[in-house]
Unconditional design. Sequence first.
Length: 256
Amino acid sequence: MKVLESFSLKDKVAIVTGASRGLGQAMAIALAEAGADVLGVSRTIEQQRETRQIIESLGRRYVAVALDLRQLDKLSTIFDIALKEFGTMDILVNNAGIIKRAPVTEYSVEDWDEVMDVNLKSVFLLSQMFSKYLIEHGKKGKIINVASMLSFQGGIYTTAYTVSKHGILGLTRVFANELAKYNINVNAIAPGYMVTDNTEALRKDEKRYTEILSRIPMGRWGLPEDLKGVVVFLASEASNYVTGAVIPVDGGWLSR
């Protein structure tokens, strides 16, 4: 296989959580551009209208699933719908995440539980169900988790988010270790400071925005489109000998 052919996702089916906007939307579109059909997950069907239109304009299928990932007992319906609509599934992108901000001394148990359920527990359960399907059917597959700069640092006012994103690294590595023998690759992408809804509060804080920007060697915040190349790589045959890895897409933030 020639190298560019190894990046093709033709005839593959990808599941992307949080596909309605931001990083998830950009990654879903990238996977479709590489040839995959996509099942997207977000809280409502309406939120996914733009993603659907873009992906269908590429000649690929898009199926929208409305599900709040806090409803942990309903996560299996994602895979039921994928199999009903596509008959198979090959790629899982665990992108959806939320953030609740408060000083550590005031951080509520309710916010802790909500963030951990969406950002970590749902990722564990979805990855577990997806890998069971692949193993039972003797299929290769790719699991891609979305980590963060706060997988490596403490952050400020982001207690549960920071802990959940540290947990994503551990989850990625243990799944990679155990699933490698089944030809299932498990990796993570760690976006830097990106222009998304989750960072809107930071970007509106002129002092924090300037502090962050001054540390990014490339001199700009990242855009969702900056993740397109790496997600296609990790979803494709080109990354078959890559597992347990965390790839920063951060404009050089961690090297500073």
